[in-house]
Structures are given as C-alpha cells and as structure tokens.
Design a binder for this molecule. Structure first.
Ligand code: SAH
Ligand code: SF4
Length: 468
C-alpha cells in the first residue's frame, strides 16, 4: 500500500482556517486571549498527536490553561486500548456539562482512538449533546476546519472518516516538555494482535520519510532537547512499507551521529521484529540508552499463538539473553496481559516463570479487556474478573520481588542521569540510562543537565542517591 501523505496545499488550507478562527475569536474575546484546556490519554503516539493539536490551537491564538473551568475550549484526546480507560473518559466528559452552563461560548471537542469506534461515536451523539466537535484519528490534520465549522455553524461537528491512515508533515508541535521530545517515526499498526483495538482505530502501519525524521531530530537537538524518544507501535518494522529491512537500525545510527549532548530512546519494540542487529546497534551507538521496552504479553506458547503475536517463549528469551550479553547493564521492561480468553492457571504460571527468568526491571501488567471488533472479544471461555484480578496481584508480587533484587544490586554504583526536575519532597529527580528514577539533593541549575549519581538507598521502584 502506498502511504498517503497530506499535500502542502491541503495543509495550507488548514493554516488558513487557523487564521480565520483567530479573527473570529478576536471578535468573541476582544479584551483577552481565548483559553484552551487540552488533555491527552494513553500512549506516546497520542501525546505526539496532542502536541500537534496544541500547535494548531496556538496558531488560532489560544493560550493554554491548566484547569478546564478556566477554558473557552476544552479538548479530550482519548485512548481506546482498555475499557477502564474509556469509562474514565466518559466520566470526565460528563463533568464538563456544568462548565457549559456557566460559559455559554465554551466549545468542547473529543477526538482520538475512542471516537474512531462506531459505538462510541453513537454514544457521544446520543448522550453527550453538549460536545460540539467529535473528530477521529484520520481527521487530526483537518482539525482547524472543524473548529471553524463549530464556530460558524448551528450543527454539531462529527468528522470521523474511515481510512487506512494518512501522514501529515509540517504542523508545528507544541511540546509538553522542555527536555524530552517524542519523535514519531511511524503511525498505525499492521499486526492485528487478537486482543488489540489499535490497528482498528489508528489504521495501517505507515512509516514517515527517513529524511523528515532525521531533520526533525536535528531541529530538536538544536532547540536544546536532551532526550529524543523515537516512537511507533512497532519501531522495529520501521521502513518495511518502503520494502526495506533493518532501516530502524540505520536511523538510530544516523541520529546517534548528530553532534550534541543528548540521549536517544525508542519504543515500542515488537519481539517478532526485534533483530539481533538492533541490539548490536544499541550497543555500538553512544547516545542510545540502555533500556528496551519489549512487550511479551504472555509466557505461554499456546496463548501467544492465540494472541497472534508471531513469536514464542524461546524466541523472546533468546532476544532478551542476547541483549543482556551485549549490554550487561541493560534494563528490559515489558507489557503483560493476564486473563486472555482461555488462559488457564497453568498457562498463567508460564508468564510468572518468564518474568523470573528474564528479570525485568519493571512491568506494565494489564487485565485483559474485551474490545469491540477484535477477534479475542468473540472468543469463548472469557476469564472472570475475579480470576483476572487474582492473577494480576500474583504477577505484581512476583515482579516486585524481581525489581527489589535488581535495585539492591545497584547499591553503591554510580549512574549518569538526566536531571528532569524537582519532586514533591523537594529533591531533584533524574533518570538513569536504564530509565530508572533516581532522586538526590542539588541545585536547580542542574535541571536539564546530565550528572553522575551514586546509589545510596535502592528502593523497589526508585533509587535514592548522592550527586558525585
Ligand atoms: N504496540 C505496542 C503496544 C500498544 S498497546 C506493542 O505491541 O507492544 C499497549 C499495551 O496495552 C499492550 O502491550 C498490551 O499489553 C495492552 N493491551 C492492548 N490491548 C489490550 C486489551 N484488550 N486488554 C488488556 N490490555 C491490552
Ligand atoms: Fe496492538 Fe499488537 Fe499492534 Fe501492539 S503490535 S499496537 S499490541 S496490534
């Protein structure tokens, strides 16, 4: 499939809409700037899309506020990966109704992955009549037009086109963090894991042009960003749609060569496409940090097959083992699902034994959540909520033990960390190459620099240390 890139002409049209909206807002708010509140749920991909939406809003003249009660425009950029997340969003949309009653000119928009599902769109139409703009994952680039339509028309705006997905370049992102930037390298996903809604809502996998990514990376470094996180649902298959293999390794090496004091991270790696060459590349690059997020989902081969993951336990362990040999201080983190349909307790025990064998530094454990339109949702033998939650707790306890032991082994060792800010206790917070949080005392002028910190007190999820 040829990737469809939104043309410059189409984007210029959207920039024109930004200007039109800006002058309408000047009439509506003659004495002050209009105020926007935006909130993104879910993955880094969503965050990066939210930053472009914020970029558009800045072009329309909006200032950003941190409370929805102060805003003239409220936007929720949503996540559909699990039901729990969806219900939380519906609850939060429900709370916005009261602001409509006190602020007549308020515009409310809902976008992102939830909206791309027919049943959610219908529910928003039917039960949340005060939501003015609903736009899907394939209508982000036309967002300015939809704001214009909402400001000038009488109808609610529903823009949820069906599409395999597009790429649009050149919309300035308003980054949410001054030190760390997400840099998307691909969008969508082709893997169709049987539990996952992502391919249904984000479209087919499409890689950004290599030279566009490198140019963005250079610009981020020139602007002073200290961490560049390359993101995609499956970064390892970057460029496969151009007919290339291992292009991701080449991209890492090229970004690694950009002069400057910065670090490179990436996520997510899919075990089926995570090549040994990628591990070699990580080991050889100077700026690529020693952390890989490699979701295994289940430690049992039958369940992995049912999940359509295209690797088995042995393959996963061999990649993890190779990574540890090549990069002895590497941290491997992962996502796991407990209670996939048909998963027996014995099969779940294979997941527990895998985490002991690989020794992850941390894990995101999820209880399986049936998603409309996925194969797994139609499978028989769904595991009860009670059993899922039992397995969830058992896995967390096992991981806690692994993480405590790993942390303890870091005592008295010194790690280079990017100093990110100050925590609630008034201490500085840094992150090691392994993406582990380390806190210590120091001056504000260290924020945004790399410092060597000696671990004094290793706790399970955070290290306490001393500036060297
Ligand atoms: N592309 C990434 C993950 C994207 S979704 C990858 O393949 O690794 C993030 C995580 O959410 C997944 O790794 C999975 O563990 C979890 N997840 C996805 N769908 C889920 C579902 N239906 N129920 C529970 N967890 C789910
Ligand atoms: Fe979902 Fe699988 Fe694609 Fe990850 S690789 S986004 S889990 S379908």
């Amino acid at each position: 499939m040829a990737t469809s890139i939104v043309s410059k002409v189409e984007l210029d049209e959207q920039f024109d809409y930004c200007l039109k909206v800006k002058s309408l807002l000047k009439e509506k708010y003659p004495t002050r700037a209009p105020r926007a509140y935006t909130h993104t749920y879910g993955c880094q991909g969503n965050v990066a899309e939210g930053e472009r939406i914020d970029g558009y809003l800045s072009m329309m003249g909006y200032e950003f506020v941190s409370e929805p009660s102060e805003a003239d425009f409220i936007l929720f950029n949503t996540c559909a990966v699990r039901e729990h997340a969806e219900e939380r969003v519906f609850g939060n949309i429900g709370m916005l109704k009261k602001y409509k009653e006190t602020n007549e000119g308020l515009l409310i928009a809902v976008c992102g992955c939830m909206v791309q599902q027919e049943h959610v769109k219908a529910r928003l139409k039917r039960s949340f009549k005060y939501v003015d703009i609903v736009f899907g994952t394939h209508a982000i680039h036309t967002f300015p037009q939809h704001v214009y339509e909402a400001l000038t028309g009488d109808e609610r705006v529903f823009a949820v086109p069906e599409s395999d997905g597009v790429i649009f370049e050149g919309v300035p992102s308003k980054h949410t963090n001054d030190l760390k930037a997400f840099l998307p390298i691909s969008y969508g996903c082709n893997n169709f894991c049987t539990y996952c809604v992502v391919p249904l809502v984000k479209g087919r996998e499409r890689s950004r042009r290599y030279e566009d990514i490198v140019a963005d990376a250079k610009e981020l470094v020139a602007k002073g960003y200290k961490e560049i996180m390359l993101i995609g649902q499956n970064v390892n298959s970057y460029g496969n749609d151009f007919g290339e293999t291992n292009l991701f390794s080449k991209l890492l090496r090229e970004i690694d060569e950009i002069p400057g004091d910065f670090i490179i991270r990436f996520m997510t790696s899919h075990p089926k496409d995570c090549s040994f060459e990628l591990i070699d590349t990580m080991a050889e690059c100077k700026k690529v940090e020693h952390h890989i997020h490699l979701p295994f989902q289940s430690g049992n081969d039958r369940v992995l097959k049912e999940m359509n993951r295209h690797y088995d336990r042995e393959r996963y362990i061999s990649v993890a083992k190779y990574a540890k040999e090549k990069i002895p201080d590497i941290a491997i983190t992962s996502d796991v699902i407990v209670g996939f349909p048909g998963e027996t307790y014995e099969e779940f025990c294979d997941t527990v034994s895998l985490i002991r064998e690989v020794e992850f530094s941390s894990l995101y454990v999820f209880m399986y959540s049936p998603r409309v339109g996925t194969k797994a949702a139609a499978m028989e033998d769904q595991v009860s909520d009670e059993e899922k939650s039992r397995r969830f707790n058992e896995l967390l306890a096992a991981q806690e033990q692994v993480a405590t032991e790993r942390s303890a082994a870091m005592k008295d060792k010194t790690y280079r960390a990017l100093v990110e800010g100050r925590n609630k206790a008034g201490r500085l917070n840094g992150r090691t190459s392994q993406n582990i949080m380390i806190e210590f005392d120091g001056d504000d002028n260290l924020i945004g620099t790399f410092q060597n910190i000696k671990v004094k007190e290793p706790l399970t999820w955070i290290l306490k240390g001393e500036l060297q």
